[in-house]
Design a protein around this ligand. Structure first.
Ligand code: GLN
Length: 189
């Protein structure tokens, strides 16, 4: 049976993720209310605007069910604003502090080729749009990639977060990694 992968779809760029998941044979499901989290094998929190996403999560009372799902070991990938949503100051599922707009605002949108620990086949094409970087992290968090000396891809248990948009570059390898993760209890953040 195809993996059912939820994509938080309150706001932001969920369609490009869905397209990559379909190409990999998974079944994407847009998540807008808590019921949509039932029976998911994995979850993606996409890019967008973390302030707007925070309001949507409050409005739909999604914080507690999202925390439960991820604490049960469901693999999750956060991209850009998704990385911010996972940090200590937001959902608290990743023991890091993500600094918003760390590369600067609109003018600092750029593409880069990034070597990622654990991903074979050469560097990933990564699109950075008003991207965060990790300014603080706990011991349980491993850095998968850095740019300009700052972590831009991290992992803690089954929680993976990247500061960039792999989906906008048509880059499927992080989604493949997500689909290949076993459901195991995530280490507490
Ligand atoms: N700057 C946005 C924020 O702080 C994130 C941008 C993105 O997801 N591309 O939420």
């Amino acid at each position: 049976m195809a993996s059912r992968v939820g994509i938080l779809a309150l706001q932001g760029g969920f369609e490009a993720h869905a397209k990559i998941l379909r190409a990999l044979g998974a079944e994407p499901r847009e998540v807008r209310v808590p019921d949509h989290l039932e029976g998911l094998d994995a979850l993606i929190i996409p890019g967008g605007e973390s302030t707007v996403m925070t309001l949507g999560i409050e409005r739909e009372q999604l914080a507690a069910p999202l925390r439960d799902l991820i604490a049960r070991g469901t693999p999750v990938l956060g991209t850009c604003a998704g990385m911010i949503m996972l940090d200590r100051d937001h959902l608290g599922l990743l023991d890091v502090r993500a600094e918003r707009n760390a590369f600067g605002r609109q003018l600092r949108s750029f593409e880069a080729d990034i070597e990622l620990n654990g991903i074979d086949g050469g560097p990933l094409r990564a699109v950075f749009i008003r991207a965060p970087w990790i300014s603080e992290r706990g011991e349980g968090v491993s850095v998968l990639a850095e740019l300009d000396g700052h972590p831009v891809a991290v992992r803690q248990g089954n929680v993976i977060a990247v500061a960039f948009h792999p989906e906008l570059a048509g880059e499927p390898r992080l989604h493949e990694l997500l689909l290949g993760l076993d459901r195991a209890p995530a280490e507490p953040a």
